[in-house]
Design a protein around this ligand. Sequence first.
Ligand SMILES: *Cc1c(COP(=O)(O)O)cnc(C)c1O
Length: 242
Amino acid sequence: MSDQQSRATPDQSHAVKDNIVAIRHRLEQALVSAGRPADSAAVLAVSKTKPADMLRAAFDVGQRLFGENYLQEALEKQQALADLEAIEWHYIGALQSNKTRDVAEHFSWVHTVDREKIARRLSEARPASMDALNVCLQVNISRESSKSGVMPEALPALAEQVMALPGLRLRGLMAIPAASDDPAQQRRPHAALRELFETLARRYPEAPLDTLSMGMSGDMEAAIDEGATLVRLGTAIFGSRD
Ligand SMILES: *Cc1c(COP(=O)(O)O)cnc(C)c1O
């Protein structure tokens, strides 16, 4: 990343800090109105296309979990922010075979595993010196041909395969539902993902299945209502993307 790309203006950094404070409040309110404990969901700051300085500003006010979509960009930001030891990197972008090694070596979590071949390659590439790679399986919950993710009916077989891989630790499910402005419409796919998650958790009571990665800037409240434990917020923290 060039200096130009890693920089943010003081105004931009201020805005990020203000936004973090505001979304914490928004999350708190959503948890209260869902009747859930205050610590039962966390924020993943989705920082794709945003400069490293903005991530640093978020870190400065206590944000620790960051999600990136583009591998090369992510690796450059990781270098620029190598002094922030408590930062936790989540890979939430498309996964092809040629990316598995870098993802396995440079991230704590992956949210976008949707097929056995990719899971196996991630497991094989996870260095023995590191903890197992935390994995969410991405489900194509709205059954859109344009979206990646395992179809709901194929989820049990994929989960079984992933459970057997020593380099991976299956933590839960992730989805990007079809966009809608209507809160009632928004809740439906989140509820469906939650049901799949509960079925999975019953099937593997010994597994640390504790993560429902759903909800973005536009549907966070609906996702929290339906049990999200990790909301992935980009725009609400870093502003709109070009
Ligand atoms: C970009 C992105 C987000 C964040 O979206 P916003 O609407 O900006 O909050 C969340 N999840 C994934 C997988 C993304 O690619």
